[in-house]
Structures are given as structure tokens and as C-alpha cells.
Design a protein around this ligand. Structure first.
Ligand code: GLA
Ligand code: ZN
Length: 688
């Protein structure tokens, strides 16, 4: 396992800082001075500037004002604080929309937006692209060789779509490039259905609530186009920046598992991945479900660049103001959730935002410095504590993890499942099911990569693909090779149903997975929320699980084509039919879970697989509920993060005392005590 280079050679420490919006405070020079003092107190070493500064940078068309930014950057720099510089395209000035109304976004109902809010531009409009290129070039010329600037933050949370005429035309060009002829397009879109055949390219329109929205492959292609067009805009943004200084890394801040863009498509243009994390902590008496989900999202972000450390670009030190309830983070949670990001591979902990705005939309959003401006406020002290902890973790920087388990979470697959019209319009729950499969690994402290179906499977022992409804070309074959060569594959109901055009596979589901799984699926039964069935394990089944488990929502009725039955349905007209099968294939095995199982089954099933496949958990112990262990390693030392998401103390018993506490350098005993919302970062020599 290698150690990755730092994000920037200039700053070989964990980054600690946040979005800083001094342009809101230019009339308060004493506040800007006080900010520097407080930043140093909180051990901040980086600030993100310029995210929404366009009108302050270019108050009139072509007239630039950089004086204020020069001063802020220099002042930060003189005080040891680096700058991540943003491009301002996330919110355009009002003068621009007034003069060039074609840059305003048009929504799917074909209504043109007025100026306002943010992310309200057309990413196709040549004039907007021109304006972005000009301001980006100005910024790059002025700052990209400044010693304080460590990276570019492109725009902000890229999102949304535009349905204006320019975008319609670009979509048609995209389709022509993809399909070549209308004949091919019509075939792939199955558009003879309801007589929707297109006879001229100009007749094609993006999906709309009052127009076409039921040609599934049109919907899919539109989402693919939105991703490609956003990516094209992103490339357009970075072109002048890279021309002027190719060495300055670029990132853009992702949002959780945002549905609107296939984030995997950005992997080749990002130097580092970053994301904004805003969990609704304490929305439940038990935070562990949410903690596991957030861990999974961290793992997704680490997996985009194949294990390269990522950045926690935004998090709130206290509340958000856009969730249903603005709940305070309980004592301990800010530090724990910051450490959680680090545990999964983040080399930064950053906030939105440094100082609470005085007015407008986010005046009640949590920030490091509140309206009172006090350093003895609880939130400020929490942030100081994070700063103090990060300073002592430097040796972890650049380390990562190489999991033996991967779960496929695929954007296009999700789009297709959510749009499929049947079998369960009241909720297919793709994301929920992914996290349900992730949870047992989290509970056992087994590291997991979260990949898409195009990734390399060969490095894993276990590949789990919940609801792999869409199987794109070549994927079935690659899974077959993976299993043939000794890998273990787990598939579930509603897999292998459609190809990349959302056309159903003919000849029996699960289409290209059929041979590997040794079954064919005949029908799928959907259950009402109040219904359930159960599955019973056969005597002496080879996975050695006993008893009966409840199943809900979806029950697939399969026939055997080589696979063996491990468990069968207990009731309904399909009682006795296979519900869990295994196919010995080549040197590997392929399991098929035919019905939607719950936590008890998942826990048991994946425990057995972990045991049978000799998958190494981060530590050899049984972890209490709500406690996880995560690993980062540089090949010489392992760093183990034990985290307790319970509101009560927990104990973890280790088999040996081989760890030292990274903060105290003291040898740890076998029994480790974890405070409520507490954690330990432990170090051991890497075991080979
Ligand atoms: C997003 C944005 C920020 C801010 C925060 C508030 O992450 O990028 O500008 O609006 O949300 O939570
Ligand atoms: Zn547009």
C-alpha cells in the first residue's frame, strides 16, 4: 500500500478551514482583522475564497476589482493561512442576466427563470461560457502563481439542468453523435410504442412534465447528456486555469450521492475529490444508522479515484438552516464526525462557513464564528478541538486502504430503476438497499470500496451488487471472469433485467448474469408494505445458517440452472421455491438473494461470507452495536479508528495489546474504553 502525495506540496498537513466570504464584510475592517486572530486560535491553515464573489470581482462588465481579494489573500498568507481559490460561476451577477437573458436557466416545464438564487445559469450558452473563461483567466493570471494559493475550487456544487433552446440543440447533437441515425435511436428508445417514432431530429425534446417523459431511454440519455454537458462546462472552466499553471490541483465539491450527475464521469478531470457532508445527526435516538450511511458516502468519495484521499470540503460545525429541524450537534459529535471523515480517507476537515452571514438566506446556518463573535462559544471551542486533534494526525496524511470487499452503487442503474414503472412504484429503495448491504461490514469493521460497474473487480474477494437491474455491455462477462477466477459474487432480485438502453434482456432474466448465477428468474412478486413472507434455510446447507428470516417488498420466483438451493420461501403460492441460491462456478461462487431481506439476515449472511472467505476485519474483535473500526495504512503502519456513535460509553476488547494511542504514544491495553460519541486513533505495525 502506497502513501499518496499531499493534495498540494505546499501544505503537508491536514487542512482545517472553511468557506470564507470576506466580501460580505468589507465595510467591517475590524471584523476582517478579528477573523485572522480567530482562525489562528482555531488552528485553521486554509480558507476557501471567492465561491460567490463574482459581483465583487467584476462589479461592471469587464471592470475588475481584485484589490480586496489581494488584501485578504496576503493577510491570510502573512498569518500562515493558505487559500483555496474558487471560480465564481455558481452565482452570476445580476447585470449579466440583465444584459444577456439567454444565460438564464429554463426548467423542464419550459419556463425561463428570472435572475436570482444561484446555480441559475445555462451551461451551454456561449456568452456565459465566454464570461466564465474571462473571469477564470483573470483569476489565474493574477493568483495561480501566488505562494498562498494551493488549489482551485471549481464553481460550487455543480447541479441542475437547463432546457433552453440552446440546450435542446446540444442534446440533439449529442444524440446524433451517439446513435448516428434516427433509425438506430428509435430502435434503442423502443419508440414505436404509442407511435412515438421520431422522423426528424428537430422533433426530439428533452423530457418534460407536459411532454415526453415515458420513453425510458430518452430519460436516461437526457441524464447522461446533463452529466456530459456539466462535465464539458467544467472542462471549459479549468482550461484557462491549467494553461496558466498546470500544477495547481482542481476539485469541485460534490453533494452526497446527488442523483442529478453521474459523479464517476468526473474522475479523469479531478485532481482530488471533495464533498460536502451535512448529516441530520440526532434525528433519531440511534445515530448509528446515519453514521453507517455517512461512512458509506465517504467510501464512495474515496473510491472515485481508486483510494486516493479526498477532502471534506464542507461540513457544519453546528446546525444547518435547510434541514427540517436545525438540531445542534451534541457535545462530542463535531469532533467524532470530523474524525469519521478522516477515518475513511479525508485529508481535510473544512466548514461551511467561517463566519455566519449577517443577513440573507444563510444567516441562521451554523458557522465557526457566530453572530456573537466570541471565542468562548461552545461551537468555536469544538472547532478549536478539531484543529488541535488534526495537528497531531499528520503521519496519517496520504494513507489509504485496499478493501477486499466492493459494493456496486451505480448511478445509471439507479436512474433506470427509479424510472422503470414497476414492479414497485411505491419505492424500489435502491440507495436504501445499498446501505443495508453496507451496514454489516461497517458493524464488523470490514473496509469496503463503493464502486460502479465499470470498475476493476479483480482486486476484491467479494463483490456485492444489490439490484443490478441494468447490466451494461461487458459487465456480465467481467463478473463471470471474476467468479471463474475464484471471486465470490452476491446478486439480488431485480438484477440483469435491462441493457444500457433500458431494453429488457430477452431469453430470461438475469440476462448476462444468468450463467454465473445458475438460475433464471420467471416472475417477481411485489408485496404491499403491510405484507411479508419468510425464507427458511434447508437442513445442512453449505453456508451453515439455520432458521427463518422475514422478507419484504419483492420476491423473485426463480428456477435452477445449476445453482443449489440454500433457503426457500415459506408461504404464499411459491412456498418451497428457491429464495437463496449458490452456484459453484469455476473457482468461485455466485449467490442469489431472491427476496428483499432485512438486517437480521444481512448480518448473518455477510458474517458467514466474511468468515468463509477469510476477509480480514480491521481488528480481530466483536464490536458493540453502533461502534465501527476503520483503517488507513501506509504499508508500514496501520491507523485504526475506533468510533462510538452511541450516546453511552462502550468497551472494545482487543485480542492483543499491539496498539499505541496515536495521541499519547502510549501502549493500549486489551480493553479500550470509548466515551459516549468518543473515539480512539490507534497505531500498529502493518501486519502482512
Ligand atoms: C452547500 C453550499 C454552501 C452552503 C451550504 C449550506 O453545501 O455549497 O454554499 O449553502 O450548502 O449547508
Ligand atoms: Zn440552456
Amino acid at each position: 500500500m502506497k502513501k499518496y502525495a499531499p493534495i498540494s506540496e505546499k501544505l503537508n498537513h491536514f487542512y482545517h478551514g472553511g468557506d470564507y466570504n470576506p466580501e460580505q464584510w468589507l465595510k467591517y475592517p475590524e471584523i476582517l482583522e478579528e477573523d485572522i486572530r480567530l482562525m489562528k486560535l482555531a488552528k485553521c491553515n486554509v480558507m476557501t475564497l471567492g465561491v460567490f464573489s463574482w459581483v465583487t470581482l467584476e462589479p461592471e462588465e469587464g471592470k475588475f476589482n481584485f484589490d480586496w481579494l489581494d488584501k485578504v489573500i496576503n493577510n491570510l498568507w502573512e498569518n500562515g493561512i493558505y487559500t483555496i481559490l474558487a471560480t465564481p460561476s455558481g452565482a452570476k451577477p445580476a447585470w449579466m442576466a440583465g444584459k444577456y437573458p439567454e444565460i438564464l436557466r429554463v426548467s423542464s416545464n419550459r419556463v425561463k427563470n428570472l435572475q436570482g438564487q444561484r446555480h441559475n445559469h445555462c451551461y451551454t450558452a456561449p456568452i456565459y461560457r465566454e464570461k466564465v473563461a474571462i473571469i477564470n483567466r483573470e483569476l489565474a493570471q493574477r493568483y495561480s502563481k501566488h505562494p498562498a494559493i494551493i488549489m482551485w475550487h471549481i464553481s460550487n456544487e455543480l447541479s441542475g439542468e437547463c432546457h433552453c433552446n440552446l440546450c435542446q440543440e446540444a442534446f440533439r447533437v449529442w444524440l446524433k453523435n451517439k446513435y448516428g441515425t434516427l433509425d438506430v435511436l428509435n430502435e434503442k428508445w423502443w419508440s414505436r410504442f404509442w407511435s412515438h417514432t421520431y422522423t426528424d431530429w428537430s422533433l426530439i425534446e428533452s423530457p418534460s412534465p407536459q411532454g415526453e417523459n415515458q420513453i425510458h431511454c430518452l430519460n436516461l440519455d437526457w441524464k447522461r447528456f446533463v452529466t456530459d454537458q456539466t462535465l464539458d462546462f467544467f472542462k471549459h472552466e479549468i482550461k484557462p486555469l491549467k494553461e496558466i499553471n498546470a500544477n495547481l490541483p482542481v476539485t469541485t465539491n460534490f453533494m452526497r450521492t446527488y442523483d442529478g450527475l453521474n459523479y464517476w464521469k468526473f474522475k479523469d478531470v479531478l485532481d482530488v475529490v471533495s464533498w460536502d457532508c451535512y448529516p441530520t445527526w440526532h434525528d433519531n435516538t440511534d445515530d448509528s444508522k446515519l453514521a453507517a450511511w455517512i461512512s458509506m458516502v465517504h467510501d464512495i468519495n474515496r473510491s472515485f479515484l481508486d483510494g486516493k484521499p479526498f477532502m471534506l470540503m464542507e461540513s457544519t460545525p453546528s446546525i444547518t438552516n435547510w434541514q427540517p429541524v436545525s438540531k445542534l450537534k451534541k457535545p462530542g459529535m463535531h469532533l467524532l464526525s470530523s474524525i469519521q471523515a478522516v477515518a475513511h480517507g479525508s485529508d481535510t476537515v473544512q466548514y461551511f462557513q467561517w463566519r455566519k452571514s449577517r443577513g440573507s438566506s444563510e444567516k441562521f446556518h451554523g458557522a465557526v464564528v457566530s453572530h456573537c463573535g466570541r471565542e468562548d462559544a461552545r461551537v468555536f471551542k469544538d472547532v478549536m478541538e478539531v484543529g488541535a486533534n488534526l495537528e497531531r494526525l499528520d503521519e496519517i496524511l496520504g494513507s489509504s486502504v485496499q478493501p477486499e470487499v466492493a459494493i456496486i452503487f451505480d448511478w445509471e442503474n439507479r436512474w433506470a430503476i427509479e424510472d422503470s414503472q414497476g414492479p414497485r412504484n411505491c419505492g424500489m429503495k435502491y440507495e436504501e438497499m445499498i446501505s443495508a448491504q453496507y451496514r454489516p461490514f461497517w458493524e464488523k469493521g470490514v473496509s469496503v470500496d463503493m464502486i460502479e460497474m465499470e470498475c476493476d473487480f479483480s482486486k476484491y474477494k467479494l463483490l456485492v451488487a444489490p439490484m443490478l437491474y441494468m447490466v451494461r455491455p461487458g459487465v456480465g462477462e467481467r463478473i463471470e471472469t471474476f467468479v471463474k477466477n475464484g471471486g465470490t459474487f452476491v446478486a439480488t432480485y431485480w438484477s440483469g433485467i435491462v441493457d444500457e438502453s433500458d431494453l429488457c434482456f430477452l431469453g430470461g432474466f438475469p440476462g448476462p448474469l444468468r450463467k454465473t448465477l445458475g438460475i433464471w428468474s420467471e416472475e417477481i412478486d411485489s408485496l404491499y408494505d403491510y405484507e411479508s413472507n419468510s425464507i427458511t434455510f434447508n437442513e445442512d446447507n453449505e453456508i451453515d445458517i439455520k432458521g427463518e428470516y422475514k422478507v419484504i417488498d419483492l420476491c423473485d420466483l426463480v428456477n435452477l440452472e445449476g445453482a443449489k438451493v440454500l433457503a426457500s420461501y415459506k408461504s404464499d403460492f411459491y412456498a418451497g421455491r428457491p429464495a437463496l441460491t449458490v452456484n459453484n462456478f469455476g473457482q468461485g461462487k455466485a449467490y442469489y438473494i431472491a427476496a428483499r431481506t432485512e438486517a437480521d439476515f444481512n448480518e448473518k449472511f455477510y458474517s458467514k461470507l466474511i468468515e468463509k472467505l477469510n476477509i480480514t476485519p480491521v481488528i480481530e474483535t466483536s464490536l458493540p452495536q453502533g461502534v465501527t473500526a476503520q483503517l488507513r495504512t501506509d504499508g508500514e503502519n496501520d491507523f485504526v479508528f475506533l468510533m462510538n456513535f452511541n450516546n453511552h460509553e462502550e468497551k472494545v476488547i482487543l485480542e492483543q495489546s499491539i496498539f499505541e494511542d496515536i495521541f499519547t504514544n502510549k501502549k493500549l491495553k486489551e480493553e479500550i474504553k470509548l466515551d459516549p460519541l468518543g473515539f480512539k486513533v490507534m497505531k500498529r505495525k502493518t501486519q502482512i
